[in-house]
Design a protein around this ligand. Structure first.
Ligand code: DGL
Length: 260
């Protein structure tokens, strides 16, 4: 069988959210080459319907397949819930998806409630509903769509002065003290983890699925003998909806988020 281990790994998101996954991947799998695909022409996915998102994800999948990749990481909870099965059926390379870390949050609930922050589409998708039904026996899970954070991230707005008041307003109907765990169910949100930590009471744990996803990537690469044998830092190519990003300013911004 042909050995594809030197091929790149594709990381895909509707926008810059997947850079939070790439960031983790660069720490754990630094010798791999990466292609980062942001579907910025169509972001946000979270406000669209499942069929629209499915078509967009499959289109991105076709582009990435043509680049001869060895693994596709759908670094987007919304895209995963809409089209992961179709992608897996279509391609021979491993397709890694993401879903909000509700299960570990519920099992380690510390007798407090769990708040899941994600996009509107992720939260209303059947896949997610089934996950919550399965684990939330004591009805401790609350859900809150947070499209505002996707918008801020896409505009590269990260400063506390802007974000804290907006988040306080959005979270004002909730009793923040009642939450022991906040699940970041959208890959755009880990960029705001420190900011969220300032809003929720001390001791509230804020978790995301990025480390788990990259650990899973690593174990699949090993199992399939797909680890890149190289020992020098790999390359990263960035794309906006199928077009290589050449603008130096944008590349710098992306690299800054990915290498933070
Ligand atoms: N980053 C995406 C996620 O993890 C979605 C953001 C969006 O396009 O609405 O769900």
């Amino acid at each position: 069988m042909q050995n594809n281990s030197t091929r790149p790994i594709a990381i895909f998101d509707s926008g810059i959210g997947g850079l939070s996954v790439l960031r983790e991947a660069l720490k754990i799998l630094p010798f791999e080459d990466y292609m980062y695909f942001a579907d910025t022409e169509h972001v946000p996915y979270g406000a669209k319907n499942k069929e629209e998102v499915k078509l967009l994800v499959l289109k991105a999948g076709e582009f990435l397949n043509a680049q001869k990749i060895k693994m596709l990481v759908v670094a987007c909870n919304t895209a995963t819930s809409s089209a992961i099965t179709e992608l897996r059926n279509k391609y021979d390379f491993p397709v890694i998806g993401m879903e909000p870390a509700v299960k570990p949050a519920v099992s380690n609930n510390k007798n407090k409630r769990v708040l899941v922050l994600a996009t509107e589409l992720t939260l209303k998708e059947q896949k997610f509903r089934e996950l919550v039904d399965k684990v939330d026996n004591e009805k401790i899970v609350d859900l809150l769509p947070l499209p505002e954070l996707v918008e801020f991230a896409e505009r590269f707005v990260f400063d506390d002065q802007t974000i804290i008041p907006a988040l306080r307003e959005k979270l004002s109907p909730l009793i923040l003290e009642s939450y022991g765990t906040v699940v970041l169910g959208c890959t755009h949100f880990p960029f705001y983890k420190n900011t969220l930590q300032k809003i929720f009471p001390h001791g509230t744990e804020i978790i995301d699925g990025n480390l788990g996803t990259v650990t899973h990537m690593k174990s699949i690469l090993e199992k399939e003998h797909l680890r890149n044998p190289g020992t020098s830092k790999g390359t990263i190519d960035f794309f906006h909806s199928g077009k290589p990003i050449t603008d130096k300013l944008i590349l710098d911004r992306y690299l800054k988020l990915a290498e933070a």
